[in-house]
Design a protein around this ligand. Sequence first.
Ligand SMILES: [Zn+2]
Length: 308
Amino acid sequence: MIRTTYTRVPVTTLASGAELCVPIHEMRGRDGPTLGISACLHGDEQVSTEILYRFLEEFHAGELKGRLLIVPVANGLAYEAVTRNTPLDMHNLNRVFPGGGEGFLSHRLAEVLVAHFLDKLDYYIDLHAGGAYATVDYVYITNAEALSRAFGSRVLFRPPQGYGYGGSTAHYMTAKRVPCVTVELGGGAVDQGAYVRRGVQGIVNVLRAAGMLAGDPVPPPPQTVLRTIVTLRPRAGGMLVPETTEVHLTLPRGAVLGRVLSPYSFEELETLRAPFERSLTVLVRPAICRVHPGDFGYMIGDLSTAEA
Ligand SMILES: [Zn+2]
């Protein structure tokens, strides 16, 4: 007997009088561990919310062992504005965990997410995406390699100094030794259908690998584990005209990824090029778009330092 509930956990009242809440779907099966999944800690990564919508729509929980807690939108204000940061205080929610104290609104939101979601979990899947203009495709290996591999992506990333983003949910959970899978999947101005399907399959496979769903996990495809990923950040903002539009392409050093043009004069301000002898694209710009100085322009893995 599966019980499903939906709760809105209050965070605060906004100046407009609107209530800010954290939405949590809970599914309870037979006795077992609790696995949590969050989306839209960054409000412009909205394909992650679609993955959770499709997952809940398709999930047949008859054989669920344990409990699922699902937060489809962790930062409602950023979701509304389609922004990475919280519009009211300009903070990156995923850099302020565990929040609380005398903090801004984002710290208060983090505190509620910790108390009502993160601190209840035995496993955690942390969904991210490329935002409105970029497409990304890799999974971090932090403290649960088998589960990260079970998500089924072809490219993984083992950060050389461990998971680096202090104040993130993943940093908080790895410090608590809770197995944690951080996924970067989809985004950008292209059809998201394939990423949504892979996201749903990935969640099901992690549940199987964790023993919470019957059935053997589907073996992953051959996987490349990167040790080095660089972010190419444009020095000037403008109109990015991509020449490389696909993830998981291998390119030689110097291959043109995209050009930043002035959207006024159309003069070329900067050329972004593949930095390694064997460069692997993991974040790309699939269509012409605006870029800011210092944006995530492209992310490129170095295959010469990858694990076989
Ligand atoms: Zn993110």
